[in-house]
Design a protein around this ligand. Structure first.
Ligand code: SF4
Ligand code: SF4
Length: 66
């Protein structure tokens, strides 16, 4: 099992997650920030978001290989 992080539309674009991401894979896209390729699943963005806009999802092995 692995974890996948996603940013919801409730993001207020404060930029905290992007500034904190150790691999710099979060960028602004229109009215919200999005997580791009390269995420290592550290969870920093999830912890730091002041409005709880980062969602964590557990990904099954099969899904992970798609
Ligand atoms: S989980 Fe870690 S590596 Fe992935 S987007 Fe969030 S801060 Fe970046
Ligand atoms: S920390 Fe939360 S509100 Fe701020 S840019 Fe990231 S997802 Fe959006």
């Amino acid at each position: 099992m692995d974890k996948s992080f996603q940013i919801k539309p409730t993001c207020v674009c404060c930029g905290a997650c992007a500034a904190d991401c150790p691999v710099s894979c979060i960028r602004r896209q229109g009215q919200q920030y999005v997580i791009g390729r390269g995420c290592i699943g550290c969870g920093d963005c999830y912890t730091i978001c002041p409005v709880g806009a980062v969602q964590v999802r557990v990904v099954s092995e099969e899904e992970n290989t798609l």
